[in-house]
Design a protein around this ligand. Structure first.
Ligand code: APR
Ligand code: ZN
Ligand code: ZN
Length: 360
């Protein structure tokens, strides 16, 4: 029987979110009902509320979550009631041209639950196909990845979005390896996770660039070996100085701005890698001399969701965390209730937090 649960809803563009009672159907074929335990507040949730993603209001926000499977559809075999899971917004299809070529982390046909959750009979649009600022949510079974239940939910959920994006930008997209030098532009949750991922992958020089000294202090806690405040010094020149005049092997842009992308482009060594994980807006443009693109060689890449494969990466990262090798707790700036989401958006806008995490 469908259940009534409390949830955070964005009803109209730019309006504060509200707590509503929504209806969640029983799982049908291919679906799983998950009792949410924790869900991080991500920029994307705010972008939905601001109407910057699309106009399909009302939105059920939240997408960076961990919880316990309560029920599954008849045909579901991958997860079972009682499993501790992290939700992902890339349930690989297995059949698209990316999947068929053996590159499922690029899956072009990811899927969500078929049935809709509703508010007073009106269909809700769940953020990134998840909608986890709710006591319970309905997802496609492939969106729930089983991990070791010893991990705290408020920490585990972070792997579902921002932290995975940053870790993966370094470890998967950038291919950071032992002895590499790395520069990370922007030290929010995503950039700090890229720093953490670079450390874990064995980078020996990790240079953090930001315009905020507090963020740079935090970046050191994650493993930055050097920091640059780019309001006070030219980051490209300073990065060259710190790397014997050459530039870094991997430059990661974790903001989504033309000027910092250009800094990343010029801060890398010959044959180096530039990774764009920050999300630009549609109006942004960059201009680069084409000869520099050719002459520097190497690769310019974008990182979607850290190019992660949830089934491969989520359990592995949680195991590393439980072994004390991955510092996930430091990303949790505060834990809040569902009622605290609106205020958490403001704290995020003021740059005060890495992550506010709703504990349900
Ligand atoms: N130069 C250097 N650092 C900058 C600049 C700049 N011009 N402008 C902003 N920053 C810094 C901020 O001070 C902050 O520390 O970039 C950081 C951005 O962090 P957050 O706003 O917390 O964003 P985060 O959650 O880390 O996401 C970063 O990745 O996935 C995307 O959509 C996400 O585009 C966003 C980016
Ligand atoms: Zn696919
Ligand atoms: Zn997110």
């Amino acid at each position: 029987m469908a259940q009534q649960v409390r949830a955070v809803i964005a009803k109209a563009k730019g309006e504060p979110v509200s707590i509503e009672t929504i209806e969640v159907p029983d799982p049908g074929p291919g679906e799983a009902l998950v009792a949410v335990q924790a869900c991080g507040v991500c920029h994307t949730d705010l972008h939905y509320r601001e109407g910057a993603i699309n106009d399909e209001f009302p939105f059920l926000l939240g997408h960076e979550a961990a919880g316990v499977v309560e029920a599954v559809g008849d045909d579901v075999t991958g997860v079972a009631p009682g499993d501790f899971v992290i939700l992902n917004w890339r349930a690989v299809c297995g059949n698209c041209r990316a999947c068929l070529r053996g590159r499922p982390w690029y899956c072009f046909a990811t899927h969500n639950a078929t049935q809709k959750m509703t508010l007073d009979g009106q269909e809700l649009s769940p953020a990134l196909g998840i909608g986890a600022f709710a006591e319970k949510t309905l997802v496609a079974a492939g969106q729930a990845t089983k991990v070791n239940p010893e991990a705290q939910p408020e920490v585990a959920g972070l792997i579902g979005c921002g932290v995975m994006a940053g870790l993966g930008a370094a470890m998967n997209t950038g291919g950071v390896g032992r002895g590499d030098s790395v520069a990370v532009f922007g030290c929010g949750g995503v950039g700090d996770a890229a720093i953490e991922g670079s450390r874990l992958a064995g980078a020996h020089t990790i240079i953090a660039v930001d315009i905020d000294d507090t963020k740079l202090e935090w970046a050191r806690e994650f493993g930055a070996t050097h920091t640059i405040n780019s309001t006070r010094e030219d980051p490209v020149e300073r990065i060259r100085e710190l790397t014997g005049g050459h530039g870094v092997d991997v430059a990661i842009e974790a903001i989504g701005l033309p000027q910092t992308y250009e800094q990343a482009f010029y801060a890398r060594d010959l044959a180096g890698v530039v990774v764009l994980v920050g999300v630009p807006n549609p109006e942004m443009r960059i201009e680069l001399p084409m000869i520099e693109i050719f002459g520097r060689g190497g690769v310019l890449k974008s990182s979607w969701y850290g190019d992660c494969l949830p089934s491969r990466d989520f359990p592995m990262l949680i195991d590393l965390y439980l072994q004390g090798r991955l510092n996930l707790e430091r990303f949790v700036s505060e834990t809040i209730s569902l009622e605290g989401v609106e205020e958490a958006f403001h704290a995020m806008e003021r740059g005060e937090v890495l992550r506010s995490v709703v504990v349900v």
